[in-house]
Design a protein around this ligand. Structure first.
Ligand SMILES: [Zn+2]
Length: 387
């Protein structure tokens, strides 16, 4: 695994490459982009280079193992991949590579911290697993690298506690924050880190990777996951594991049959679907409370509704992008004929607002009822406020 094994992330890789060419690697990075597009792989590649005993130089075209166009041949620094340090990094056991994540509270020496729910990254985890070891000597004498997963789940006090270390890290200490939602980060954190953007992956790539990673997933489901997940391989894999394809069928049926006089029934079916998704989430993450799991279930349903309206929009404006819900081609064409594109766009905005309310822990039931009501109006051709 080297820095340049990651596919389809040329702009982010170039940002790193320019820093290496100048031999001035920033001490704090934020790698940001959708889930499952290669942030952690890229961070591991950078860690390998920083910890490698004898980094190598290769030209870009020789180093890249992808079919992406090569713009020019450039000299690249990367970990050798064969020394003792590189092998330890690849195995995830290098003593100077510290992976920090929210569930580490379970390994904290304080019993009170261990008892807490690990839904966010708290100040105790940051102090014990990042700030304190950052102040110690490195084990191998080269560098210390901290990779902080889900840094957008850092609590405010944890971000504040981290500021000094980000501003003036001890010598040869590198901190890489991995973030999906950049707007959760404090401006003071952002200003101390070099930002490296990672973009969505091509649909064809996600579909091919899904075929390798989840060979039992039927082909038409894979196509739907790849298109619906908007370039996020991580989400596609997670959705395939949770069988969101079937949940989507339920939601699309409820949308196309939605009538204002049947709202309570629709809200009931969405509530049941979100609870059933929530059960799967809790199996994967036992820290999650039932209420939190249901709330996340609703967020998934909102995403499915947004995908439906985006498909309606694609069909009505004749977009070259393929809709995800081709299994509902007839209903999709009918909706595209009946719904004004501005109204479909307004529905997507409303869904985004409702999702924002859920993320801010506002009243779930109110958010769901009012959203289902508004979507039903749009689907009946009754205009909603487009602003
Ligand atoms: Zn090496």
């Amino acid at each position: 695994m080297s820095l340049f094994d990651i596919k389809h992330q040329m702009p982010g890789q170039r940002t790193l490459q320019r820093a290496m060419a100048r031999n001035r690697i920033p001490h704090a990075y934020i790698f940001h982009g959708p889930e499952g597009v290669g942030k952690e792989m890229l961070a591991a590649g950078l860690a390998q280079l920083l910890l490698c005993e004898s980094p190598i130089t290769q030209t870009l075209d020789a180093a890249r193992k992808t079919d992406e166009p090569v713009l020019d041949a450039e000299q690249l620094r990367m970990g050798c991949g064969t020394c003792h340090d590189c092998r330890l990094v690849a195995a995830g056991t290098h003593p100077d590579l510290h992976l920090v994540y929210r569930q580490l509270h379970r390994e904290h020496p304080e019993p009170d911290v261990r008892k807490r729910k690990g839904l966010t990254v708290g100040i105790d985890v940051i102090r014990h697993f990042l700030i304190a070891p950052a102040g110690l000597m490195s084990a191998q004498g080269r560098a210390k690298v901290f990779i902080l997963r889900e840094a957008d789940l850092l609590e405010g006090p944890a971000q504040n506690a981290l500021l000094k270390t980000l501003e003036e890290p001890p010598p040869n200490t590198f901190i890489i924050l991995l973030v999906s939602v950049l707007d959760q980060m404090l401006p003071t954190t952002l200003s101390r880190c070099q930002s490296v953007p990672l973009g969505p992956l091509p649909t064809s790539f996600v579909e091919a990777r899904l075929a390798t990673l989840r060979p039992d997933c039927p082909e038409d489901h894979r196509t739907w996951y790849a298109r619906a997940c908007d370039g996020s391989l991580g989400r596609a894999v997670r959705w395939a594991d949770d069988n969101v394809y079937d949940v989507n069928e339920q939601i699309v049926h409820s949308l196309i049959q939605s009538r204002p006089d049947q709202l309570p029934m629709t809200v009931k079916s969405w509530t049941e679907a979100s609870k059933s998704l929530g059960k799967d989430f809790r199996k994967r993450d036992p820290e999650m409370t039932e209420a939190e799991a249901t709330r996340r279930g609703f967020r998934t349903l909102f995403q499915l509704a947004a995908i439906w309206f985006a498909d309606v929009l694609k069909v009505s404006v004749g977009s070259s992008a393929e809709p995800a819900n081709t299994a509902f081609a007839q209903a999709l064409s009918k909706c595209a004929e009946e719904i004004d594109p501005a109204q479909a766009a307004a529905a997507i905005r409303r869904i985004a607002e409702a999702e924002y309310h859920l993320r801010r822990y506002l009243n779930t039931q109110v958010a769901v009822e009012s959203l289902v009501g508004e979507l039903s109006h749009v689907l009946r051709g009754d205009p909603i406020d487009v602003l």
